[in-house]
Design a protein around this ligand. Sequence first.
Ligand code: ADP
Ligand code: ZN
Length: 754
Amino acid sequence: MDKAFYISVILPLKLEWEPCYSLPSGTDACKVGIGDRVKVPFAGKVYSGVVSRTGVKPETEPSKIKSIISVEDGLEPVIPEELELWRQVAGYYLCTIGEVYKAAYPTGKINLEESRAAAVEKARRGREKLMESMRGKVARIEERLKKKLETADNAKEGTRTRIRSMEEAARIEKELAAAQEALVKAEAAYSKEIASSCRTSGQAGKGIPSIDIRLSATQERAYASIRDGFKDGKPVMLNGVTGSGKTEIYMKLAQEALSEGRNVLYLVPEIALSRQLEERLRAHFGDRLMTYHSGETAASRRDTAETIRSYKTSGDSYIVLGTRSSLFLPHHSLGLIIVDEEHDSSYKQDSPAPRYNGRDTALMLSVIQKCSIILGSATPSLEELYNCRYGKHRLVELRDRYHGSLESDIEIIDTKAERRKRGMQGSFSRKLIDHIQATLRKGGQVMILRSRRSWAPALQCEGCGEIPKCPHCNVSLSLHKSTQGGMMTCHYCDYRAVYTGGCGKCGEALKSLGAGTQRIEEEAAALFPEARIARLDSDTAQSKSFETRTIREFSKGEIDILIGTQMLSKGFDFCNLRLVAVISADALLGMQDFRADEKALQLLEQFRGRSGRRGEKGLFVIQTSQPEHPIYQRLKNNEASDFSDSLLLERETFNFPPYSRIIEICVKDRYSDRAERMAGRLGDMLRKRFGDALSGPYTPAVDKIADEYLRAIRISLKKDRWLVSGKNDILEIVQRFEKESRYPGHITLNVDPS
Ligand code: ADP
Ligand code: ZN
């Protein structure tokens, strides 16, 4: 009797353990290794899992252990570097490794992988059958030939039987030769086919790109300093103003990694906004460049993953431009990771688990891959400034713009004062209108920013004061106008109701509260009838082609005024953009969050960086009702770095991140009272352990989303040697609470909430 062989398997589920399975009797244990994909039964369903350990000693009664269904021959094994990253992410973000596996290998991707493997298998079987029948045919002819020759041998020389048999044998010999030739040909074709199916479709552009990147003297100094940082094995933070040539430096570093035969991962917060960057990289790196993000089809993402795998054997090198999910590709021999716009909060995944931050996960990956990593931004996050201040990362600065160093002028317009003087026309102040007209007259382009999309962010009844709300979320509905009338939509759950213009309660007319991008566009069209105007926000950018076209038209000068949301703060480069205006900066400052000032400053700095490129002085206009806010003085006096210093000091005093780590525990329940009760009980349990470090339970600003009521608890942990055990205690207490009160599935943990 052979001894049973046990393995543990990672399933794409929120499971705290990795279940144990045996192999079907007769399976060669040596054939199953860590990382292999296996089909297993679990709780009445079948899953595609990943072998995490082999030769394990089962903790349960061996007779109760189920056998795997099969080893998934066609699916590529997960490599050790991937598994290591999954473990670290799960450990850091307090989720299960299965949840990370699920994010790395979404079902769609696995299904495609499976169907491809199945198709290959089917074709193989078909071929084999055909070949078998051909072999059978050859054998049968051989048999016939043998018999004929025997008959001939047995007959006497010269007899008719003998002559006829010999003639027939000659004919059969010909037939045999033809059959054998066909078989040889088929076998050759088949083995060629197998060889090529092992390679994938990806074609690497061979050779090193020929275009030379020439750095300016300042860039060269920064570059040398970056290399020094890499030599010390430190992550480098490149703080460079917009237009200083950070991208140029990344490209040079990437090119070097590639020429050493190592691979490059270039991370961006959102791919939609990186079209210009993609074109620039494509021009330089050609076919070596691959993009990867959640907007791509599962098939295209699988192809990228397979191409990357195939490069391991072919020795070609690649550069992937992608969003955070590209961290989970089967990377091998990475030489460099670039984290562009590292401060951007889009790097953080809020839901579902793993609630990871792409920037911080990139740092983990760089350690696993033993590769260099560079983070870049014009407005570094406080986290990064902290890392540089305490010597964990190396700070490299680029203060000059490549095409000349003229900072744009800033003008703050007090909308309250303007309103009193009747200087406002809708959302535009008279002063802003004048600036826009002057810019257009000179042939310059204008960008207008408004942080709320829609026509009106909220509505209110003129009669009874009712504000239409989403039936599923505790938020007001926004009005989106269309040629057919309009829709009231919820920006949280996408609920939609037809807009009638009347109040659902009393029937009186609804008036709009505030103006969103759509309305600003309408106002601008009326104010500047000659101008060509376009809008870019997540409503219009639904279609990729529209967005690409808009950006392209704007950069070619075919659009005069571009109106949009935060989207426009990202790395576009428009050389004729002379005026950037923020319609209302109040919306940026009003947030009840300790990060509000940091984010507002970053956003305003980013907007400002858009205007006046290519040696031309631009103008940055901010409309606000709080002109006295310190943020504007800082901005005007170019004291952004002082401001960051004072923010850091504030964070230190109040023990906020980056001086501490926040873990947010959120209770979600269909019943408001149960959410309240459970959050209260969980809070008590956690408070026993964490005392004053805990705040809450509190009701978040939006306390109901998609029919679930929310209560939150925050625990802030010091960054000392008890940090890890503190985090694990939270996890342990939450799991115990879920079990004891039979309350699974309602609690989420978020490490470093944004
Ligand atoms: P950043 O990424 O810091 O915003 P970019 O790399 O996009 O800056 O540079 C801004 C502009 O200056 C781009 O149009 C770029 O082509 C140009 N530029 C910067 N450095 C160089 C260089 N060394 N040689 C040629 N052009 C450069
Ligand atoms: Zn809703």
